[in-house]
Design a protein around this ligand. Structure first.
Ligand SMILES: [Zn+2]
Length: 136
């Protein structure tokens, strides 16, 4: 089965689900929502220092698509920081390379290259784990 062409590949899931401002905190019920592909483009360009062409190859989308996603991501992050709003990372149209999980207790992220069913965190052995691929 082939994947739909409009999905973006995510190499590494975000370590946190959200960021909450300290001090003044506006509209807790109306966070700024950054989707997974916006997070990944922001990470690849501004954290890893890749070019838009390099990010396009990694995410398997066109360079103009990277430009559009990047503009949205920067606008949202600027809005969250300027307006002191919670930034939530969720949703989007993306897929992961492998099966990714997050431990609810130690909050570590881990993948499963053998694609077997994972029942516990490999670090703390907690069984309260979330299959991240299913949350997108
Ligand atoms: Zn754990």
């Amino acid at each position: 089965m082939s994947r739909p062409r409009h999905l973006s590949r995510i190499q590494l899931p975000p370590r946190a689900k959200s960021f909450i401002p300290v001090g003044y905190y506006r509209d807790p019920d109306y966070p700024v929502r950054l989707n997974y592909e916006e997070y990944e483009v922001f990470r690849l360009l501004d954290y890893e220092g890749l070019t838009q062409a390099e990010a396009a190859l990694i995410m398997k989308v066109s360079r103009p698509t990277i430009t559009r996603i990047y503009e949205r991501a920067r606008k949202k992050i600027a809005q969250a920081v300027t307006e002191a709003r919670q930034l939530v990372i969720e949703g989007g149209r993306a897929f992961f390379d492998g099966e990714w999980y997050m431990c609810e207790r130690c909050e570590s992220h881990f993948n499963n290259p053998e694609n077997e069913v994972v029942k516990a965190c490999p670090l703390c052995h907690c069984s309260n784990i979330q299959h991240i691929n299913e949350t997108i």
